[in-house]
Design a binder for this molecule. Structure first.
Ligand code: ZN
Length: 104
């Protein structure tokens, strides 16, 4: 099970945006990567399609390995390790290992 989900706030642990936080836009479990809003921005140069047209720079957030991301706990606000446990109904829930609160 992935410790990061869409909509989470995460802290980036490595790369050029290290120690910045951002919101998870999407998670790709197959590649183990997540896209963070406005982080790890890459620029793609688009060649002009027609003569006389200018080439374009297109900026897009590039996926980051989930192992380089730490979930920011909404309860204590710290970049925390995530634990898992089962609630009363047998559902797997995520808990913050710093404050022990459930992370929704
Ligand atoms: Zn916490």
């Amino acid at each position: 099970m992935f410790h990061i989900r869409k909509g989470d706030t995460v802290k980036i642990l490595s790369g050029k945006d290290r120690s910045k936080t951002g919101k998870v836009l999407s998670v790709d479990a197959a590649s183990g990567k997540a896209i963070i809003d406005g982080r790890n921005i890459m620029v793609r140069h688009e060649r002009p399609k027609k003569a006389g047209q200018k080439g374009q720079k297109i900026q897009y957030p590039s996926p980051i390995f989930a192992s380089n991301l730490a979930l920011v706990c909404p309860s204590c606000g710290k970049a925390a390790r995530v634990g898992f446990k089962q609630d009363d109904k047998g559902q797997k829930i995520r808990i913050c290992k710093k404050c022990g609160k459930e992370i929704k």
